[in-house]
Ligand binder design. Structure first.
Ligand code: NAD
Length: 261
């Protein structure tokens, strides 16, 4: 089997800065020879992702492309994927690394979640996968692989994760329904459940440091995972190595999810 991703194009959504999980995934795909198409929201992140991409040693045919895409806006999603289709033709996969919830609802009791906060978290962190997959499908003419990022807080109660935990539960089901619909087009849809990594989004979760300490004390590997480790599993899920796998959640979390005490 050929493990190279040379000649393949992947869309990576959600690089905010060098700590972003999406950036770990981008590097891993790049090392395997893929061409990368980045989407971002807002000029601040646009500048940041362009600077990061410049640091990649690209060979001919690997030149990165950049598009602004706000996943709360259907028109923005449609236009972005139309433009990507025009510029690169076929894509072979997509990494959806996007989530958002109001900071003040990522602490205290879940009971106090507002309607607006609930809907915002669902809209950006879960529904966006549906909308983006629909827009990407016409570009995946050779089949392909869609990957999203989830967290244990969607399966079990994690203190302070609150409204985002409910959004991740929704995202997990969303991923499975999409896998069921898109399988006939040879498009696979999977998720990585990453252990806690200190990123811009993670900073918004109340007392994130104690979530990290818990991993160090109780996870089988006794250490947090890195972006690179998530990137390696993403490479597996986005490449033909995982060609028989769809609708699956792989935990890349130092084994923390198996611990019950
Ligand atoms: P991050 O802050 O680097 O990335 C989140 C991205 O979401 C940012 O690039 C942001 O611009 C984007 N985004 C937010 N609203 C958007 C919108 N309206 N349109 C388009 N993009 C939008 O943080 P991260 O931790 O790398 O998060 C990536 C994914 O990984 C998220 O789904 C997150 O929930 C998930 N995850 C993170 C951890 C962790 O501990 N960091 C653990 C498990 C899962």
């Amino acid at each position: 089997m050929n493990f190279s991703l040379e000649g393949r194009t992947y869309v990576v959504m959600g690089v905010a800065n060098k700590r972003s999980i999406a950036w770990g995934i981008a590097r891993s795909l790049h090392e395997a020879g893929a061409r990368l198409v980045f989407t971002y929201v807002g000029e601040r992140f646009g500048k940041s992702v362009r600077e990061l991409a410049e640091s990649l040693d690209t060979s001919e045919g690997q030149e990165p492309l950049f598009y602004e895409c706000d996943v709360t806006d259907d028109e923005s999603i449609i236009q972005t994927f139309e433009a990507i289709g025009k510029d690169v033709g076929t894509i072979h996969g997509l990494a959806h690394c996007i989530a958002f919830a109001n900071r003040d609802e990522l602490k205290g009791e879940f009971l106090n979640t507002s309607r607006d906060g609930f809907l915002t978290a669902q809209n950006i962190s879960s529904y966006s996968l549906t909308a983006v997959s629909r827009a990407a499908k016409p570009l995946m003419t050779e089949g392909g692989s869609i990957l999203t990022m989830t967290y244990l807080g969607g399966e079990k109660v994690v203190q302070n994760y609150n409204v985002m935990g409910v959004a991740k539960a929704s995202l997990d089901a969303n991923m499975r329904y999409l896998a069921s619909d898109l399988g006939k087009d040879s498009i696979r849809v999977n998720a990585i459940s990453a252990g806690p990594i200190r990123t811009l989004s993670a900073k918004g979760v109340g007392d994130f440091n104690s979530i990290l300490s818990e991993i160090e004390e109780r996870a089988p590997l006794r250490r947090p995972v890195t972006q690179e480790e998530v990137g390696s599993t993403a490479y597996y899920l986005l490449s033909d190595l995982s060609r028989g796998v769809t609708g699956e959640i792989i935990h890349v979390d130092s084994g923390f999810n198996i611990i019950g005490y």
